[in-house]
Design a protein around this ligand. Structure first.
Ligand SMILES: [Ca+2]
Length: 418
C-alpha cells in the first residue's frame, strides 16, 4: 500500500490557502490555522469529563508497523450493519448504537451480560429499498443532554430521495418517538455518497458531513458549488428551542454561499471526529477510484473535489490548479491491496497505548487495514497498525479514549497493542 504525504512545500500552500479562503469572513483580523482551532476543552461530544490529554507527555515507545491487534468486545452487541455508537453524556456505563436499517439501541459498556435494549426505532422512516450507503448514518448527543435530553440523527428518507437531520428527546431510558423534529432536509439525486457523520464540536455547534449527491464524478458539481449543501461539512447552532441558527462565524454567514457551510469540496466525507485533545476536526473523504484522503478540516476550507481527487488532479483534467485548495494530510491508493474507500476514525487520546496519543487512526473499509497518522508531525508517513480482515464501516471511542472498530461482521473489536 502506497501512502503519500504532502511535500513540505504543500504545507505552506495549505496555510496560504487557509488564509485566503477563510479571510472572506472579514472578521476580527487575519485568521490563521491556529486561530481557527477551537480551544482545547473537555470532550463535549462524548460527554467525558476527563482533562484534555494533549498535554500528556508522549512516551519514547515508537508506533511500530504491524505491532497492533484487535480483540472482540461486548459479545451481545452483534447486529447487522452497525454504523456507530455514541457515548451518553452523564452516563459512563452505556452508549447508543445505531444500525443502518434504522435502530438505536442502548447497550452496556461495562456489563457483557446485558442484552442491548431498543432506544428508538425509525426503520419505517428509512427510504424503502435503501442503497448500500443509505439508511441511519449518524447520531449525536446534545452537549447539554443531561439537562435537555436531546439527541440528533441523520438518515436517508424518500421518496423523494433526501437526507434528513432530525432531533429527538429522550424520556427515561428510551427516546420519545413523538418528540421528532426535522431540522434540515437535503434533496439527494443518487443513492450513494451521503456522508452521515454527525458530531458536536467543542464549540457546542453541531457538525454534519454531507456527500456530493452521488453517482460518479460529481455530475452536478456540488462539491465546488457553495450554493449547494451537498459535498460539504455543515455547522449549525441547535441550542435554541427549535430549528437551528447559523453560527455567526460560518464562512458564508454574511453571503457568498449557503450559510450552513463550514467547509466544502468533499466527495463523501465518511465519518467526522473531533480530537478531544486539541479540538481539531478530522475526516476521511472517499475517493472516486484513484485516491483516498485524510483531511484536517479548517473553517472555510475548500478540500478540492471535484477539481482534485486527493492530492491528484481529478481525471480527465490533465492539469488543475491547486491554488486556494486545502490538500489532504494523507492519501493512499484506492485500488491498492484490496482497498476501496477510506473510513475516518479518531485521534487517539487513550492511555493503554501511550505512543499512539495524538495519532489519527483510520482504515480502509474493504481491505480492513488500519493506519495511524501522527498529527503532530506533518512530514511523517502513516504507519500501518494492523490488517484486520474485517470490513470496517466505522470507529468508536469510549470515555477513556480507547478506540474500537465497528465491523460489518456483526462485531465490535478493540484496538490493542499486545
Ligand atoms: Ca446521495
Amino acid at each position: 500500500v502506497k501512502n503519500t504525504l504532502l511535500p513540505a512545500a504543500f504545507g505552506i500552500a495549505v496555510l496560504s490557502a487557509s488564509l485566503i479562503v477563510t479571510g472572506c469572513g472579514e472578521d476580527d483580523g487575519a485568521p490563521t490555522m491556529a486561530s481557527t482551532r477551537p480551544a482545547p476543552t473537555t470532550n463535549v461530544s462524548a460527554g467525558a469529563t476527563t482533562t484534555p490529554a494533549a498535554a500528556t507527555p508522549r512516551t519514547e515507545r515508537e508506533v511500530e508497523a504491524d505491532a497492533y491487534d484487535i480483540e472482540p468486545v461486548w459479545p451481545l452487541v452483534r447486529f447487522e450493519r452497525m454504523i456507530e455508537f455514541a457515548l451518553i453524556p452523564g452516563n459512563e456505563d452505556h452508549a447508543l448504537l445505531i444500525t443502518q436499517d434504522g435502530t438505536v439501541r442502548r447497550f452496556s459498556l461495562v456489563d457483557d451480560g446485558l442484552e442491548p435494549q431498543m432506544f428508538l426505532d425509525i426503520r419505517d422512516k428509512i427510504i424503502p429499498s435503501p442503497g448500500n450507503e443509505e439508511g441511519l448514518l449518524g447520531i449525536a448527543m446534545d452537549p447539554n443532554y443531561e439537562q435537555n435530553r436531546r439527541f440528533y440523527v441523520y438518515y436517508s428518507a424518500g421518496p423523494p430521495r433526501r437526507t434528513v437531520l432530525e432531533g429527538y428527546v429522550a424520556g427515561g431510558d428510551v427516546a420519545d418517538p413523538t418528540s421528532d423534529e426535522v431540522l434540515l432536509e437535503i434533496e439527494d439525486p443518487f443513492s450513494n455518497h451521503n456522508g452521515g457523520g454527525l458530531e458536536f464540536g467543542p464549540d457546542g455547534y453541531l457538525y454534519l458531513a454531507v456527500g456530493d449527491g452521488g453517482s460518479g464524478g460529481d455530475p452536478q458539481g456540488n462539491g465546488q458549488d457553495t450554493d449547494a449543501l451537498l459535498g460539504k461539512i455543515l455547522r449549525l447552532d441547535v441550542s435554541g428551542a427549535s430549528g437551528y441558527a447559523i453560527p455567526p462565524d460560518n464562512p458564508f454567514a454574511i453571503g457568498g454561499g449557503r450559510p450552513e457551510i463550514f467547509a466544502y469540496g468533499f466527495r463523501n466525507p465518511w465519518r467526522i471526529t473531533f480530537d478531544r485533545g486539541t479540538g481539531d476536526l478530522w475526516t476521511g473523504d472517499v475517493g472516486q477510484g484513484t485516491r483516498e484522503e485524510v483531511d484536517l478540516v479548517e473553517r472555510g476550507g475548500n478540500y478540492g473535489w471535484s477539481i482534485m481527487e486527493g492530492d491528484l488532479c481529478f481525471q480527465p483534467r490533465e492539469d488543475c490548479d491547486p491554488t486556494g485548495l486545502m490538500l489532504p494530510r494523507a492519501t493512499y491508493g484506492t485500488r491498492d491491496g484490496g482497498n476501496c474507500a477510506v473510513t475516518g476514525g479518531y485521534v487517539y487520546r487513550g492511555s493503554t497505548m501511550p505512543e499512539l496519543r495524538g495519532w489519527y487512526v483510520y482504515a480502509d473499509y474493504c481491505a480492513g487495514v488500519v493506519w495511524a497518522l501522527d498529527t503532530e508531525n506533518e512530514a511523517a508517513e502513516p504507519v500501518r497498525l494492523v490488517s484486520t480482515g474485517h470490513t470496517i464501516p466505522s470507529f468508536g471511542e469510549d470515555a477513556d479514549g480507547e478506540l474500537y472498530l465497528i465491523t460489518f461482521e456483526e462485531q465490535i473489536v478493540r484496538l490493542v497493542r499486545p
